[in-house]
Design a protein around this ligand. Structure first.
Ligand code: APR
Length: 226
């Protein structure tokens, strides 16, 4: 079966990585404009690098949980397109490959001057020089608000052609990711949501499974894998 899965910060929550909009979420003590926009980076690159260095260190300490591992198992039995809004590498360390990081990755560095990409060091500094053009315009390879997410054509094609679309651990508040369930439904694809709470996109799903991802995702995968 062709399955498309979209994950959000909730799938990594039980691995100890903070989500964004929960009570102790990242956006509770960081202003999005300051740390997740081009303007914020141009204004204060030191602050931005400090924010992502902290998140990179948190991600490096975290371990994939049963939900990440279950999705890797799902790919062994079905044609899975795994799309994530997350910038950690827990899907990869949980055994998935070909993960579509539509919001970029903490493991990547990008030159704001020439567009060159390279593996990010654990701690990036605002005066790091680009290995390609030599300019001090190194930024995290993260898609910030106002920028276009990666791989959109591939993502929408996979969702339209799937027989099943699942959204796991996302609040559905950031587009275009938040519109994928409705896009799937309009294409006749069966949709399922797995989350600890109700979300603003809940009405876009045929089925809802409530609970922690490390519990509901392995249960769901076990039903699909003999
Ligand atoms: N199991 C399942 N779901 C969970 C768990 C858990 N253990 N813990 C939290 N959740 C759910 C919450 O109920 C919430 O719906 O995960 C969701 C997390 O929502 P957000 O913090 O908004 O994260 P996300 O939806 O991934 O944010 C999307 O917003 O800030 C931008 O670029 C950032 O990629 C991010 C995007």
């Amino acid at each position: 079966m062709r399955i498309a899965v979209l994950t959000g910060a909730g799938i990594s929550a039980e691995s100890g990585i903070r989500t964004f909009r929960a009570s102790n979420g990242l956006w509770e003590d960081h202003c999005i404009e300051d740390v997740a926009s081009v303007e914020g980076f141009m204004r204060d690159p030191v602050l931005v690098h400090r924010f992502y260095n902290m998140r990179r260190a948190d991600a490096a300490r975290a371990q994939p949980n049963a939900a990440h591992k279950a999705l890797a198992r799902l790919a062994q039995h079905h044609e899975l397109t795994l799309i994530t809004q997350n910038v950690d590498d827990l899907h990869e360390r949980g055994g998935s490959d070909d993960v579509i990081h539509m919001h970029g990755s903490l493991l990547g560095a990008l030159c704001a001057e020439c567009g060159h990409r390279w593996p990010a060091p654990l701690a990036m500094r605002s005066l790091d020089l680009c290995p390609n053009c030599g300019k001090p315009q190194t930024r995290p390879d993260i898609v910030w608000f106002g920028e276009v997410p990666h791989h959109l054509e591939r993502i929408f094609n996979a969702v339209e052609q799937a027989q099943l679309f699942a959204a796991i651990g996302t609040s559905g508040q950031v587009y275009p990711a938040a519109g994928l369930a409705r896009h799937a439904r309009r294409a006749g694809v069966r949709t399922i949501e797995m989350n600890m709470a109700n979300t603003v996109i809940g009405r876009d799903f045929h089925e809802k499974r409530s609970g922690p991802a490390s519990q509901v995702v392995p249960e769901w995968v076990a039903e699909l894998c003999p």
